[in-house]
Design a protein around this ligand. Structure first.
Ligand code: ADP
Ligand code: MG
Length: 340
């Protein structure tokens, strides 16, 4: 007999999971993206021990019936694409059908869901890729609850690699803040230790999200600028130099309502501040860019937020002009008004 064997599904899932769920924050990101893809208007997230002990994401999206619930944690199972040509026009945040399979391979997952047309929800429990219970009926409001407990309980090597509860929690909160800023039209609630840390109203106004996240006082000071060109729409809220921070984490960039990272754009904002920023200080900003999806490649890496722009230099120059003009106006206008 040969030495080669095809892996069991559970083992293959566990290995694949390493790619998708690195830490609690990546799990939070995947679950929230699923809620957004399900067209949720309200998303509630509860964390325990920085998400290591528990991550619960509750939404009022379209829900799943019993068949879908059972398939949702299977690998390569997705409702978002059906054929190769769908790959060229993806509108959803997910489409690989790997997230729930990966999470369910390395945690204990309880999932309950109720489509809006159903009277009752259905619930399943899956641990280490095995169905543990269900599907059985449960009373619940329409939508979906995914409850992930004991992340990496069956992969001690990964568990050991996690940082402190505070660090893991900070990373989860960062993911949630970026999701809330990306989608001011969706109400987010973030809880830990029985306490609501923050919540957004879903009123569609980015500034009310900023007020919820950064505090009303900080939000009120931000400078606002908009610009529309043939290719791009830019809307920016820019912190005054006095609001600058000691890390780069307070610069937020969104392209077509997705949180992304791009060094060239960040540097464009920073250079617009020029001498106005002390060394070691980084600008606070929330920058929304809208453009034809053909001008941006979001799939540089499946699980990373980096993107590539086809006209990166033009875009960076535009961003720099918008930010510089907003700063110039804020700091020059009063003296011009005083002139005779
Ligand atoms: P993907 O998002 O790439 O399709 P996932 O593993 O994240 O893969 O989810 C698998 C499928 O489960 C999704 O395609 C979707 O049909 C369903 N699903 C997951 N989460 C939700 C949710 N919160 N509400 C409704 N359906 C969901
Ligand atoms: Mg997904």
């Amino acid at each position: 007999m040969g030495r080669i064997q095809v892996m069991s599904e559970a083992l293959a899932n566990q290995i694949a999971a390493g790619e998708v769920v690195e830490r609690p924050a990546s799990c939070v990101k995947e679950l929230v993206e699923n809620s957004l893809d399900a067209e949720a208007r309200h998303i509630g997230v509860t964390l325990e021990d920085g998400g290591i002990t528990r991550i619960q994401v509750q939404d009022d999206g379209v829900g799943m019936d019993a068949d879908d619930l059972l398939l949702a944690t299977a690998r390569h199972a997705t409702s978002k694409i059906r054929q190769p040509r769908d790959l060229t026009r993806i509108q959803t945040l997910g489409f690989r059908g790997e997230a729930l399979a990966s999470i369910a391979a390395v945690a204990r997952v309880r999932m309950a869901s109720r489509p809006h047309a159903s009277e009752l929800g259905m619930q399943v429990e899956v641990a280490a890729s095995q169905l543990v219970s269900g599907p059985r009926p449960v009373g619940m409001p329409p939508g979906t609850v995914v409850d992930v407990r004991d992340l990496f309980y069956n992969t001690p090597a990964r568990l050991k690699y996690l940082r402190t509860v505070q660090t893991e929690q900070a990373r989860c909160l960062e993911v949630l803040q970026r999701a809330a800023l990306a989608r001011p039209d969706v109400a987010f609630r973030c809880e830990t230790g029985g306490r609501v840390l923050w919540q957004t109203s879903g009123d569609g106004n980015p500034l009310s999200v900023m007020a919820a996240l950064f505090g009303a006082g900080e939000a009120k000071q931000l400078l606002h600028a908009t610009r529309r060109t043939a290719d791009y729409a830019v809307e920016a809220w820019i912190g005054r130099p006095t609001q600058a921070r000691s890390t780069r984490a307070h610069g937020h960039l969104f392209v077509n309502r997705r949180p992304i990272r791009n060094l060239a754009i960040h540097q464009a904002v920073a250079s617009a501040f020029g001498q106005r920023l002390m060394t070691g200080r980084h600008p606070v900003y929330v920058l929304y860019l809208e453009m034809d999806p053909a001008l941006v490649d979001v799939n540089v890496h499946p699980h990373k937020a980096e993107v590539r722009f086809s006209e990166e230099r033009d875009l960076a120059a535009l961003v720099q002009r918008v930010v510089r003009q907003a700063l110039d106006e804020a700091f020059l206008v009063p003296s011009i008004r005083m002139a005779p």
